[in-house]
Design a protein around this ligand. Structure first.
Ligand code: GLY
Length: 419
């Protein structure tokens, strides 16, 4: 009997998950809530408030889902996975307590300290009167993080003390504690691992491009593009990340009685002393997932189901295509500020175009509805070929006022990244 899967979320990550699931012969029926214009072409769309556990459980019941896959962090942190499991649904994604590894940066630091994992020195500031003295204990460079969920945009990394202070003051004014961190030098790696208790299965490593502009200019975003695998990262470093970072953290969460089940995303900087954690996320990364899953040859549904049902240790080793994948994000005018929305997009139906901030207009046209609008994939025998394909595909897409980076994967291709 075929597997009926419900995917929760509406971004490029969820489009990539649905495409991966649609390639798994055991998956016969795909549903998505709330989805976007691109996911509507491959899954049945349900307009549901995905932050409401009751609404998601009711939908899972209505469609008799065999597996529910939760993409974004917000429903995970709010306990939607707990509610689904209590209602008897196999669910991919951690419960609210384990999701604190992303939901609270202070919690993540505490887990890492207990697990003996290298990470930046940090201090939480929740009182504006203590901000200046705390800033004096860091920088330059200053790393200032909103200690909550901020879709990747709550982090400011700057050599300008005034800019660091102003971001911290803004967070404090909103009533959010601020995390100050020492700056971790070295190229960044996103390593996604399927985790079921103490069982850890890594996917291939990827690298995100977080700044809005070419050559890493401008403010941080949710991610402007990514590529995988990383030609400059030796396999033994990936193994070291699994053994010295992800496994100890998974074990510490088990020890605390809040085992992690789902996708644990380790964001690391590879410095001269080895890998150090920049952040953990409790879900697949966006846009890295789009590049990583483009190379997965094993059935995705089987891997997610094994994680959700506590049988990950029995999953056959994952198989990957040779070559490389690149995803380039097309962003709306003014992103990462308040994006302009409602523009008509043409050419977004082609192969390798993953939708993120899109919706169907009343006349059936595809229109922009968010900051990161599309992710355009390129896959090839190597990074050079993958980049050529992605940028050729972009040429066929029109979105007024949009912008994208022209250098995704370029530094790696040019041999400019080393550890
Ligand atoms: N690529 C960054 C993130 O998913 O948080």
């Amino acid at each position: 009997m075929g597997v009926r899967v419900l995917v929760i979320g509406s971004g490029g990550r969820e489009h990539a998950l649905l495409l991966g699931l649609s390639r798994d012969p055991s998956v016969t029926d795909l549903h998505v809530a709330p989805g976007n214009a691109g996911t509507a072409a491959i899954a049945t769309t349900h307009a549901v408030d995905v932050a409401s556990a009751d609404a998601v459980v009711a939908l899972a019941r209505e469609i008799a889902a065999d597996l529910v896959v939760i993409g974004p962090e917000v429903p995970l942190v709010l306990g939607v996975a707990d509610a689904l499991r209590e209602a008897g649904f196999a669910t991919f994604g951690p419960g609210a307590q384990a999701a604190q590894i992303e939901g609270s940066k202070a919690f993540a630091k505490d887990v890492m300290a207990a697990a003996g994992v290298r990470t930046a020195r940090s201090e939480v500031v929740d009182n504006p009167a203590r901000l200046d003295a705390a800033l004096d204990r860091f920088g330059p460079t200053w790393v200032v993080k909103d200690d909550g969920l901020a879709a990747g945009k709550g982090v400011v990394v700057t050599t300008d003390r005034a800019a660091a202070r102003s971001h911290a003051a803004e967070c404090l004014e909103m009533g959010h504690p601020v995390l100050l961190e020492s700056f971790l030098d070295g190229p960044e790696v996103s390593l996604f691992c399927l985790v079921d208790g103490e069982t850890v299965v890594p996917l291939i490593p990827a690298q995100d491009h977080k700044r809005v502009g070419d050559n890493d200019a401008g403010p941080n975003t949710g991610g402007m593009g990514a590529y995988a695998p990383l030609p400059w990262l030796p396999d033994d470093v990936t193994r070291q990340i699994v053994d010295d970072v992800v496994k100890p953290v998974a074990a510490e969460l088990v020890r605390r009685g809040t085992p992690f089940s789902g996708l644990l995303y380790a964001g690391l900087a590879i410095g001269k002393d080895g890998p150090a954690v920049v952040e953990f996320n409790c879900r697949f990364g966006d846009p890295e997932t789009q590049a990583v899953l483009a190379l997965l040859r094993s059935p995705l549904g089987q891997a997610l189901n094994a994680t959700a049902t506590g049988t990950l240790a029995d999953l056959p080793p994952l198989e990957w295509a040779d070559g490389a994948a690149v995803v380039v994000v097309i962003a709306a005018e003014n992103y990462p500020g308040k994006p302009r929305t409602g523009d008509v997009i043409t050419g977004a139906g082609g192969e390798g175009v993953l939708h993120a901030g899109t919706a169907l207009g009343s006349d059936g046209q595809v229109v922009s509805s968010g900051g990161r609008v599309l992710g355009v994939l390129g896959v090839g025998a190597d990074l050079a070929e993958a980049r050529v394909q992605a940028y050729e595909r972009i040429d066929a897409i029109k979105l007024p006022g949009s912008h994208h980076r022209s250098d995704i994967g370029k530094a790696a291709l040019d041999g400019e990244i080393s550890i």
